[in-house]
Design a protein around this ligand. Sequence first.
Ligand SMILES: [Zn+2]
Length: 255
Amino acid sequence: MSRHRFEAYLDKVFGFSRLVGALPEGRQSPTHRWQKVFDAVFLAAAMQVPSLLQIEAECRRGALAKRIGPISDDTIGYALQRQSPEHVFALGCEIARRLKCNEILRSDWSRGLIVAAVDGIEICSPFARCCDACMQREVQHRVRGEMRTDIQYYHRIVAVVTVSTTFPVPLGIRFQKDGEAEVPCALALLQDLVGHLGRGFLDLLVGDALYLQAPFVKEVERLGLDWAFTLKENQPDLLREADIPPSIKARPWSC
Ligand SMILES: [Zn+2]
């Protein structure tokens, strides 16, 4: 699918340009509109361009030169830092609603249930602070043959991703705050998702044994979800072989 057809498809199915155009601007009098910055990052991500510097290169003289045009990595970074994550999260939820209404999120093996996995991962760990929200720890490592102890900075995110789909569809991510453990971060993410998508959007939540804690389980049940917390989303075969009890039924939810 060419990029042009890709965007035409997004507009036809999701009204994507309209959703992006409705995102509020976080800067005063910007030279490049937020929609242009968003499109540059979104299309580059779809092309698996791995860094802001390479997005700048693609926009200047590469595959995005005609569609986006010149824009610097500094401008992209500055704009992203001032954008409200809540509105982008809400946009993702709009997409998820459409996917559910179009029957994309369920499969035969899940008996029509929408099953999502929750898990946390570390996404970067530089030795130079990258932002005010960096978490930090002391690590021993070898530098030019010598062991030394340094402060390492890192970020962790928790993601909720559908696993009852042909391919995993991320429903939402949340950055762990400094001092915040993975399970409370996951709970906050699930509360945000249920707040945006409504009760009944998901039927069953799976996760590893870390989540098998009474307070978390209680909160998940309060959100109206069934759960199975020993399976991992990176073990799809195991997940398929697991018997989903017949008592678990798809929740009422209207498009
Ligand atoms: Zn950082």
